[in-house]
Design a protein around this ligand. Structure first.
Ligand SMILES: C[S@@+](CC[C@H](N)C(=O)[O-])C[C@H]1O[C@@H](n2cnc3c(N)ncnc32)[C@H](O)[C@@H]1O
Length: 287
């Protein structure tokens, strides 16, 4: 393993991303995250109103790729959105189902499907391909695809499932040249997190290594759980990988896969993307 990137990237790469699993029935690298994902990423909130707003502004159902524990899909359905979420991790989907059951029928329409975002085929009860007004890939889920070929397959599958002029919204972090200087085997403090739901506290460290040729970052996160007295009561390691992408790479990828670019924001407040941005929030439209 290499070293962790500096703060800006440490936050960026902490998406819990891992290699895509080919078969939705097989074990996913995300399975090991399912029990702690919502607590560890409880500090990630700014994207939720953005994606909820996109769904409610769309004249039709929303498809979320890599729905995970429903962190975004559940608030979307709770606000009246009609959502289908797909994911290749059985454990992440089980965590989402438990939350949905606990919320009861008041939640609204949220359907979960075990499927691989690189190649999926969603059909209605009459066998017709389902079409969506909006597809979303929140929290850098597209970076879980380790090759350009996988990204193209996913974008083509999305394209097929969109209504005419349907939209795709997703976010990724902006890669930074400082990453090259910051590899190390020494775990670096990333942040302290207290889950507002459970009150559980964690201290997060990470080691990060970069394969600049293939644009793959490998992260080992060391998670220390604290008891009420502040003593470490549990220590866990979780690994993930992601393939980081540059601005014009995504621009051309979208265009090659049949999308026109409607907006590129630098933040979830819809501020314009510029040279200071640390995130890219893309909104594209099916041509
Ligand atoms: C970073 S998490 C995002 C989860 C959720 N969208 C959120 O915002 O919290 C990425 C999710 O993508 C899923 N995933 C990764 N590769 C996938 C693939 N090839 N097909 C479907 N889901 C995949 C993972 O299981 C994980 O739940």
């Amino acid at each position: 393993m290499g070293r962790a990137p500096h703060d800006r990237h440490a936050q960026s790469v902490s998406a819990g991303l891992a290699p895509a699993s080919a078969d939705p029935e097989s074990e996913s690298a995300y399975d090991s995250w399912a029990d702690i994902y919502d607590s560890i990423y409880s500090y990630v909130r700014a994207d939720i109103p953005f994606y909820v707003g996109e769904a409610l502004d769309s004249a039709g159902p929303t498809l979320e790729l890599g729905v995970g524990t429903g962190r975004v899909a559940i608030p979307t359905a709770a606000r009246g959105g009609d959502v289908v979420g797909i994911d290749s991790s059985a454990a992440m989907l089980s965590a989402a189902r438990r939350k949905i059951e606990a919320l009861g029928p008041s939640l609204g329409t949220l359907e979960l499907v075990a499927a691989d975002m690189r190649d999926f085929d969603l059909r209605d009860s009459r066998g017709a391909e389902r079409k969506f007004a909006l597809a979303t890939i929140p929290f850098r889920g597209i970076l879980a695809l380790m090759t350009v070929q996988d990204q193209v397959r996913a974008l083509r599958s999305v394209h097929r499932h969109l209504q005419p002029r349907g939209r795709l919204a997703f976010d990724v972090f902006v890669p930074d040249p400082y990453m090259a200087l910051e590899q190390s085997d020494v775990p670096r403090h990333l942040r302290d997190v207290t889950d507002p739901e459970t009150g559980d506290s964690y201290v997060l460290y990470q080691q990060t290594g970069y394969d600049f040729y293939n644009q793959i970052v490998s992260v080992r996160m060391l998670i220390e759980e604290l008891d009420g007295s502040g003593a470490v009561c549990r220590k866990m390691y979780r690994d993930y990988q992601l393939r980081y992408c540059h601005r014009w790479e995504i621009h051309h990828l979208l265009r090659c896969c049949g999308f026109e670019i409607e907006a590129l924001y630098g933040d979830f407040d819809r501020s314009e993307f510029d040279e200071t941005s640390t995130q890219m929030i893309w909104v594209a439209r099916k041509v």
